[in-house]
Design a protein around this ligand. Structure first.
Ligand SMILES: [Zn+2]
Length: 531
C-alpha cells in the first residue's frame, strides 16, 4: 500500500537531497522523496500537508525514559511551580493529603540555584512537611537526594554510618546527617523504597509514549539499563506490547551488564524495535552538584575537584566486553579530568565497530583542547545536551564562573574538529518542567542564551540546520538505531509536521515550536488538537 505525501516542505537531513515537497511511503518505508513534478507514477492514498514544514522524527540519544515516566507521577520541584524551599514544603503538604500511610512521597528536579533560599533543602525542611512518612526528593542531576528524618531512619543512616565507597553523607557541624545523600550514598535509601512490578513500570512507559510523540520524539535511548530486580530489556519489550511506539536502544549500567545471561544474541539485534546498544559507565558526577571531576577546581571554599567514579582498568574491562558483543561503550564524563581519562584510555583504541563510534562520551561539558584532538583522531563520539546550560545557568555560574560557563559545551569547536556529535535531553536530569522537548535544546544550541537571556557563549552557536541534524541524522549515526533520522529511500517514514516553519522562525521562537502531527512508518500516531 502506497501513501503519497504532497505539498510539504521536507527537510530530509539527507545530504544528497536536502529539500523536497513530496514523499512516497510503501509499507512504512520511504521509497521516494523529491519534487512533485519528478514524482514517479504510482497509485496510492494521497495526503495534503498544506505547505507545512516536515522534519525527520527526533532521536533522543541520551535519555532516561523510565525515570521520566515515573517522575511524571511525582512532585515536580522545578520552576515555575516551585521556586523556594518554603514553596516546596507547601507543595509536599498538599501532596500528603490523600496519600496512604505506608507510601513514600517522591519529588524530583530541585536545583538550589533556582530556589529563593539559595541552598538545597535538608531533612529539617522536609520534616516540616511530614516527620512520619518518608520523603525523598531527587536533585535535578539525579545523583543527589534530599530525604527527611523518617527516610534516614528507615535506611538506618545515623551519625555513625560511614560514607559508602563513591558516595557521601552530608553532615552538619555536629556530625549529624543533613538528609543530603550524594552519589552511591543515595542507594542506602533507594534500596529501601518499595519496588514497582515490571508490569506497572511497562504500563508507565507505554503511557508516556504519547508525550514523546507530542514532542516529535520517535527514537529513544535508555541510558541506565538495569538487570535487577527488573531487567530493562524485558521491561521495554513488555512496554512495546502495552503501546510504547518509539524505537528503543538500551544501554546497560556496567554492573548490571555483568549480571546478564548473554547467550541470547537476539538481544543485540538492531533490527528489533528494542535492543541492547551498549554498556554505560560513569567517570564522574555533575557540574551542578559539584561532583564532576574538574580541573581547575570548582568555585567556592576549599579546593574541590569533584569525584572520579571509575578507573582505567574498569574502563578497559567494559570496553573489552563491548567489543566482544559488538556494542558500544558510553561513558558519562563532564569535567576536564574525567573526559581526559576516557579519551586517553581509548586513544586510537576505540575501533571495534565498523563505520560507527565504538565509544561515546556523554555530556562532555568541559573538554580540553587535547581531548578534542584525541577524540577526533580516535573516532570517539560526543553526546551532549544543549538544555543543560540553558536551564541550569545559575548552577554553572555559581560553580564555574562566567567565562568557564560560556566556554562549556563548545559545540561549534567540537564539530570543527570533525567529532561526531548527537544532541539529546538527558531528561529528566534537567531542572526544567518540559525537559524532553527537543525544541528547547535546538534554540539553546543556535542562540546560546539561557532561559533568562544570559549569554552562554554566542561564539559557540551553530546554524539551525546543523542543530536539527544533530537531533536526527547524527543522532541515528551515534545511536545506531537503523534506518531512522533522515527521510531517504529505504528509511522508516518517521517524521513530524510543524505548526510553523522552524527555519523561518525568530531564534527566540524555536523553543515554543509545536508539533502538529507525528508519523511513524507513515502512519499518523499523534495529532495536536486544533483550537
Ligand atoms: Zn543521563
Amino acid at each position: 500500500m502506497n501513501r503519497i505525501f504532497m505539498n510539504g516542505k521536507f527537510f530530509t537531513a539527507d545530504q544528497k537531497n536536502k529539500e523536497a515537497n513530496a514523499m512516497i511511503v510503501s509499507n512504512g518505508i520511504v521509497t521516494w522523496v523529491g519534487k512533485e513534478e519528478d514524482m514517479p507514477p504510482v497509485q496510492g492514498e494521497k495526503y495534503d500537508l498544506e505547505g507545512r514544514r516536515v522534519l525527520p522524527g527526533f532521536i533522543d540519544a541520551h535519555l532516561h525514559p523510565l525515570l521520566l515516566a515515573e517522575t511524571s507521577k511525582q512532585l515536580a520541584c522545578t520552576p515555575p511551580g516551585v521556586t523556594s524551599i518554603s514553596g516546596m514544603v507547601q507543595a509536599l503538604k498538599k501532596r500528603l493529603k490523600g496519600q496512604g500511610p505506608d507510601s513514600w512521597i517522591e519529588g524530583w528536579g530541585y536545583d538550589e540555584g533556582k530556589l529563593d533560599e539559595g541552598r538545597a533543602p535538608n531533612r529539617h525542611d522536609l520534616d516540616q512537611a511530614a516527620s512520619d512518612i518518608p520523603i525523598v526528593l531527587t536533585r535535578t542531576c539525579t545523583h543527589i537526594l534530599t530525604v527527611n528524618s523518617k527516610a534516614l531512619e528507615i535506611a538506618g543512616i545515623t551519625r555513625d554510618t560511614p560514607d559508602p565507597p563513591g558516595g557521601k553523607i552530608d553532615r552538619d557541624k555536629l556530625g549529624e546527617p543533613t538528609g543530603v545523600l550524594r552519589e552511591s550514598a543515595a542507594d542506602l535509601v533507594k534500596s529501601k523504597m518499595p519496588v514497582k512490578s515490571l508490569e506497572q513500570k511497562a504500563a508507565l512507559l507505554a503511557e508516556y509514549s504519547d508525550t514523546f510523540l507530542a514532542k516529535g520524539v520517535t527514537g529513544i535511548t535508555e541510558m541506565m539499563g538495569e538487570h535487577n530486580p527488573i531487567d530493562y530489556y524485558d521491561l521495554y519489550k513488555a512496554a512495546r506490547k502495552k503501546g510504547l511506539k518509539q524505537r528503543a536502544a538500551l544501554y546497560y549500567n556496567w554492573d548490571a551488564f555483568q549480571q546478564f545471561d548473554l547467550h541470547e544474541p537476539a538481544i543485540f539485534d538492531r533490527e528489533q524495535p528494542v535492543y541492547i546498544a551498549g554498556i554505560k559507565l560513569f567517570a564522574d558526577g555533575s557540574i551542578s552538584g559539584q561532583t564532576a571531576w574538574v580541573n581547575p577546581a570548582f568555585l567556592g571554599d576549599g579546593e574541590n575537584f569533584g569525584i572520579s567514579t571509575t578507573c582505567q582498568e574498569e574502563l578497559l574491562a567494559a570496553g573489552e566486553a563491548a567489543k566482544k558483543y559488538g556494542i558500544q561503550l558510553a561513558v558519562h564524563a563532564m569535567g576536564e579530568q574525567a573526559i581526559d581519562q576516557v579519551v586517553d584510555t581509548f586513544y586510537k583504541k576505540a575501533d571495534w565497530l565498523d563505520g560507527a563510534p565504538s565509544v561515546r562520551i556523554e555530556h562532555v561539558s568541559l573538554p580540553t583542547e587535547q581531548a578534542l584532538r584525541r577524540a577526533a583522531e580516535s573516532g570517539i563520539a560526543f553526546v551532549t545536551q544543549p538544555i543543560f546550560l540553558y536551564a541550569e545557568i545559575e548552577s554553572y555560574l555559581n560553580n564555574l564562573g562566567e567565562e568557564r560557563s560560556r566556554k562549556s559545551y563548545p559545540v561549534k569547536a567540537i564539530l570543527e574538529k570533525g567529532i561526531q556529535v548527537a544532541f539529546s535531553s538527558d531528561a529528566p536530569a534537567t531542572a526544567w518542567d518540559d525537559p524532553v522537548n527537543p525544541f528547547v535544546g535546538l534554540e539553546a544550541a543556535v542562540n546560546r542564551k539561557a532561559y533568562n537571556g544570559t549569554d552562554i557563549g554566542q561564539e559557540q552557536g551553530i546554524p539551525l540546520e546543523t542543530a536539527v541534524e544533530l537531533y536526527t541524522k547524527a543522532a541515528q549515526e551515534v545511536t545506531r538505531i537503523p534506518f531512522v533520522g533522515r527521510l531517504a529511500p529505504g528509511y522508516h517514514a518517521d517524521f513530524i509536521v510543524l505548526e510553523k516553519d522552524i527555519f523561518k522562525a525568530d531564534k527566540a521562537e524555536i523553543s515554543s515550536m509545536n508539533v502538529e502531527e507525528t508519523y511513524m512508518g507513515g502512519e499518523m500516531v499523534y495529532q495536536k488538537t486544533r483550537v
